[in-house]
Design a protein. Structure first.
Length: 403
């Protein structure tokens, strides 16, 4: 049996990235596999940052003390129109936000800083050269690297890529993940419960965790404790997916033969059993360039193992440097009864007081108590030799929720 840290290392050292191209909007939250270099100046031309009047800044000298009169030319410059008339001293033109700057103009006065009287404009403010003008290439210059390789793509980056005319974006390819629930006792969630039956919450919890990451997943449904049926379902999953997640059937019971089935199909066993609570019987295998997790059947164990092992693997495959959830150090708000011997992932609520974090239990911590995770803001890590956690003692907390 290995430690959680050893298990994480064994998973992550096998992560491989591949490159692909995706449509612009599909690149959100993925990571660039190449530098993005601009083929244009952005903006492509000098343009107005305001609705107002294009003018020569020197013509407004003294306007702060006394308004200056300028001749309004019978020319409007809307966005998209190229101005053909040159400005002369003492005159101005109406211009809209985004419109190209006319020749000889070196400033734009805001409309609200003027008064219109017939064919004249009173400038009520002195302008400086360059005022309210967005210069060609001031955002991005032609030939400049606008976005660096290995940068995670956020919403604003989508806008930058669009402004550069990029439709197909080079990224690290996200994996496709398959989900299989195993066990004679597992029934679809729309079926009525009876003694000995459990609804299939695991496939939905895993699907939600993958959906949160923006990762494509394929649910392959429920397979009974039958080796032939299990082999067929596993091979179907491996034919379509990069990562396969199976829940249940990995412990030491007479009907727990997921591990043996996978090895029989040619998968390489990397580890089985991790010194942790919950999730001790976790098994991890590889099948060529594919990854297989045999997750425990209990719902909390499934989700915690995903957080600690599957999520970091996916993050590394897509080139994300932040492999794990954000972490904070917090103090226990009360005593936690905790046995030595295993790393304990406790489900906790977080409270922030005067800039410090405190954590308290979400209640019963059994691996079948899924509401303990539903109520949790984070997962506290109690070390193998920690023993009881006294009030005021510190622990590392993986933050699960933004708010």
């Amino acid at each position: 049996m290995i430690s959680p840290k050893e298990a994480q290392d064994k998973v992550l050292e096998r992560a491989k990235t591949t490159k692909t191209e995706v449509f612009l909007l599909e690149s959100l939250n993925l990571v660039l596999s190449e530098n993005i270099t601009s083929e244009d100046d952005i903006p492509a031309y000098d343009n107005s940052a305001m609705d107002g009047y294009a003018l020569i800044a020197k013509d407004t000298k003294g306007a702060n003390a006394s308004p200056v009169s300028l001749k309004l030319l019978d020319v409007d410059i809307p966005a998209g129109k190229i101005p053909l008339t040159n400005l002369e001293h003492g005159s101005c033109m109406a211009i809209m936000t985004g419109a190209p700057i006319p020749n000889n103009c070196d400033a734009v006065i805001r409309k609200e800083d003027t008064k219109k009287i017939g064919t004249e404009i009173l400038a009520c403010k002195q302008c400086e050269a360059g005022e309210n003008i967005r210069r060609k290439g001031e955002d991005i210059k032609k030939g400049e690297v606008a976005l660096q390789k290995d940068k995670k793509i956020f919403a604003a980056d989508i806008g930058v890529l669009a402004s550069l005319g990029k439709m197909n974006i080079p990224v690290y390819r996200p994996p496709v993940v398959g989900i299989i629930s195993t066990g004679d006792e597992i029934i679809p969630i729309d079926k009525k419960l009876s003694i000995g039956r459990v609804r299939d919450s695991n496939s939905y919890s895993l699907s939600a965790q993958l959906k949160e990451l923006g990762i494509e997943y394929i649910p392959f449904g429920i397979v009974k404790d039958n080796q032939k049926a299990m082999c067929q379902k596993i091979m179907e999953g491996l034919s379509k997916c990069d990562i396969l997640l199976l829940s249940g059937g990995v412990s030491v019971g007479d009907y727990d033969f997921v591990k043996e089935t996978l090895i029989g199909l040619g998968a390489e066993l990397i580890f089985w059993k991790v010194n942790q609570k919950p999730g001790k019987p976790l098994v991890f295998l590889t099948y060529g360039d594919q990854y297989i997790f045999g997750l425990p059947g209990n719902p909390v164990s499934v989700m915690v193992c995903f957080e600690m092992y599957v999520r970091p693997l996916i993050k590394k495959i897509i080139g994300d440097r932040d492999l794990f959830r954000p972490r904070v150090i917090a103090k226990a708000a009360h005593e936690f009864i905790n046995k030595k011997g295993r790393v304990h992932f406790a489900r906790v609520r977080l409270v922030k007081k005067e800039g410090r974090y405190f954590f308290c239990s979400t209640g019963m911590q059994g691996s079948g108590i899924l509401t303990s995770l539903s109520r949790a803001d984070g997962i506290a890590v109690f070390g193998e030799q920690a023993g009881n956690i006294q009030k005021g003692m510190k622990a590392e907390i993986f933050i699960l929720k933004d708010s």
